[in-house]
Design a protein around this ligand. Structure first.
Ligand SMILES: [Zn+2]
Length: 414
């Protein structure tokens, strides 16, 4: 039988089955992990067919299904990273060194560094260079157990360049072992030779119709921040994206309270990301609109900015995901297990919540919660066999150990 396997001798299988029955639940406790001890599960045609404990698997063993002995290991759903920027040219190592010498962000930007240098290097890079560097990064995510990830365009001064990046991302999507979601982020940096308003009009009239017609993106995104895009400018773009059936994600309230959270709630975004400066009303609005609040602790670590605190979001009733925000300037990490541990320590997530944040909640933040981020019946068989016995050991180990095996849709890929 194609893509079918029986996995036995599992010390602890985390299914998240309770959460699959309650997909908008905010608070995650150990009960929600749906842990089965001394477990087994059966994969049929790339999907979870059955699971149970002890030797219940024996009734399936005669059907010529290959068997994998997990040798007493922990099995988790494949991890889901719902926010990355892995397609870019060049690097920002000079800028990193300048920061170590005490240069400020403004000084770096005025010397031609910062995000604008990534835009320039990406626009100058050949398709082959962009593809080969992005492929390496995507593969590195896989080595850490990330079986689904989102990638954004956005290192562009023009919508034509953004389309080029989206087309490259779709090539990666087609060939990748992982499941890739593509997000169009033309509203990342301000255009060079026109006003934001004019640029957005062109995006509405030309860019979004092409994106929709060619099926180039699953989501659109925008950087709502002082000195970048304002909420009022973005509304025509959101209206058109919504009409075309594209999902919405928003970079919100990172450096100031720019209104991104409220915009996300008003427009039914699937997630709002960063959120250091979201107010209690913002958190309430996100919860009511079932927008996933996505914490990006790697950016806080790397760029030395405050960590978004989970508590207020949970009190307001928000679901919380954790993602890497992998990008050339403010976070080079792709070790999502390490970022889950970092979020637990510095954002205030419990161990079950941190695990959910990089699996089921990550899937929620990509509208994939009916097939990814859990190992319940009929979910995709994306799973990790880890060198631990218990999920608490996984979260305490801070991403130090890679998975022993990684499987995607019932196929072993590592
Ligand atoms: Zn980002």
């Amino acid at each position: 039988m194609a893509d079918s396997v029986l996995v036995t001798n599992i010390s602890e299988l985390v299914t998240f089955e309770p959460l699959t029955r309650s997909p908008y639940q905010a608070l995650v406790t150990e009960e929600d992990l749906g842990i089965i001890k001394d477990a087994w599960f059966l994969v049929k045609n790339g999907k979870i067919e059955a699971f149970g404990e002890k030797d219940g698997w024996k009734s399936f063993a005669y059907k010529n299904i290959p068997r994998v002995n997990a040798e007493g290991s922990l099995v988790l759903p494949g991890l889901v990273d719902s926010h990355t920027h892995v397609l870019y040219g060049g690097d920002r190592s000079e800028e990193f060194s300048s920061r170590l010498e005490g240069k400020t962000y403004e000084e770096i930007a005025s010397a031609g560094g910062g995000i604008y240098s990534s835009v320039k290097k990406t626009m100058e890079a050949s398709e082959e260079d962009l593809l080969s560097s992005a492929r390496k990064r995507v593969k590195n995510f896989l080595s850490h157990g990330v079986t689904s990830l989102e990638i954004k365009s956005g290192y562009s001064f023009s919508w034509q360049e953004d389309l080029r990046q989206l087309r490259l991302l779709n090539r990666i999507k087609e060939e990748s072992l992982q499941t890739i979601c593509v997000t169009a982020l033309p509203l990342h940096v301000l255009p060079k030779e026109q006003s934001a308003k004019n640029y957005i009009k062109e995006l509405v009239d030309y860019f979004l119709p092409i994106v929709s017609k060619e099926g180039l993106a699953d989501f659109v995104d925008m950087f709502i921040e002082e000195g970048y895009y304002k909420t009022s400018d973005c509304e025509p773009f959101l209206k058109k994206a919504k009409e075309l059936g594209l999902g919405i994600k928003i970079h919100a309230d990172e450096f100031t309270r720019g209104g991104g959270s409220k915009l996300a709630a008003d427009w039914g975004a699937v997630s709002a990301d960063h959120l250091q400066h979201a107010s209690y009303e913002d958190k309430k609005a996100l919860a009511e609109a079932q927008v996933v609040a996505t914490l990006l602790p790697g950016t806080s670590l790397y760029a030395k900015i405050p960590y978004t605190q989970a508590r207020g979001f949970l009190e307001a009733g928000c679901q919380l995901a954790v993602a890497s925000d992998h990008n050339p300037g403010s976070c080079q990490l792709s070790n999502l297990p390490m970022l889950a541990s970092l979020a637990a320590l510095h954002c205030g997530l419990t161990a079950p919540a941190a695990l959910a944040a990089v699996t089921f909640m990550g899937a929620r933040a990509l509208s994939l919660e009916t097939k990814k981020g859990a190992l319940a019946k009929s979910y995709d068989a994306d799973f990790l066999i880890l060198p631990f016995h218990h999920y608490k050991v996984w979260i305490a180990s801070f991403g130090e150990f890679k998975p022993k095996q990684v499987w995607v849709k019932g196929k072993r890929v590592i």
